[in-house]
Design a protein. Structure first.
Ligand code: PGA
Length: 260
């Protein structure tokens, strides 16, 4: 039955700390010029600019009736309160944000995000009516020590704790080996495909197969126009989280327009 499930590919551009709001408008416009209606029929296309550019991106997308979806790169787990510098999930939902990246390895590494925080953020994003893109992935050291599977499965378990199966159906999980991010050294597609399969099996254990078969599992880490099709050819990989290459509309459009 699982074999029959159609998952629409999801390709997300994670702009990280790049682009002011004026640059963001141009990037969204350029991307839109390069995509055709059938591209959006095949693939769900999302860009995740920095917080300061979300409102501008939202306005240009709405005014020009673009089919580009809007994502954010993080959200706090509380709805409001004394958390200087933070942005809440309801604030993002109000900007027509649909997807929120949570637990990116850069946040785990540089900002001390724990699995518990990632879980709280994922739940806050769902409570606000958006879909979390939950990032997991092992470091080079963990990979060399043969711990990659255990680390990733533990991260998935922790991130999904106490989330109801039905809510989870709209979520995505991005497998992003830390050593592959921004290095030009992508994972072997076979390895990434196998990890995606293990992640789906874990989601099945925690929910049921209909939820697990519907959830989208993305690969991230040095995705390019040259390698995207090798990842998308894997049965359990349903999209990509793209960093560097998403900053150039030509390159990002070429990734969206992959053909197997
Ligand atoms: P990269 O980043 O494509 O530049 O490797 C991916 C990510 O961090 O999501």
């Amino acid at each position: 039955m699982g074999e029959m499930t159609e998952r629409k590919p999801l390709i997300v551009g994670n702009w990280k700390m790049n682009a002011n709001h004026l640059e963001a408008i141009q990037m969204v416009q350029k991307l839109s010029y390069r995509l055709e209606p059938e591209d959006y029929d095949r693939v769900e296309v999302v860009v995740a600019p920095p917080f300061t550019a979300l409102r501008s991106a939202q306005v240009v997308i709405e005014q020009d009736h673009m089919r580009i979806g809007l994502g954010a790169q993080d959200a706090h787990w509380k709805e409001s309160g004394a958390f200087t510098g933070e942005v809440s999930a309801p604030m993002l939902a109000k900007l027509a944000v649909q997807h929120v990246i949570v637990g990116h390895s850069e946040r785990r590494q540089h900002f001390g995000e724990t699995d518990e925080m990632v879980n709280a953020k994922a739940r806050a994003v769902l409570d606000a009516g958006m879909s979390p893109i939950i990032c997991v992935g092992e470091t080079a050291q963990q990979k060399d020590a043969g711990e990659a599977d255990d680390v990733v499965i533990q991260q998935v378990k922790a991130a999904l704790a106490r989330i109801e199966g039905r809510a989870l159906a709209s979520s995505a999980i991005a497998y992003e080996p830390v050593w592959a991010i921004g290095t030009g050294r992508n994972a072997m597609p076979d390895d990434a495909g196998e990890m995606a399969e293990r992640i789906r099996a874990q989601v099945t254990d925690m929910t049921d197969s209909s939820v697990a078969e519907g959830i989208r599992i993305l690969y991230g880490g040095s995705v390019s126009a040259g390698n995207i099709k090798d990842f998308m050819a894997k049965r359990h990989i349903d999209g990509a989280l793209v960093g560097g290459a998403s900053l150039e509309p030509d390159k990002f459009a070429a990734i969206v327009r992959y053909r197997i």
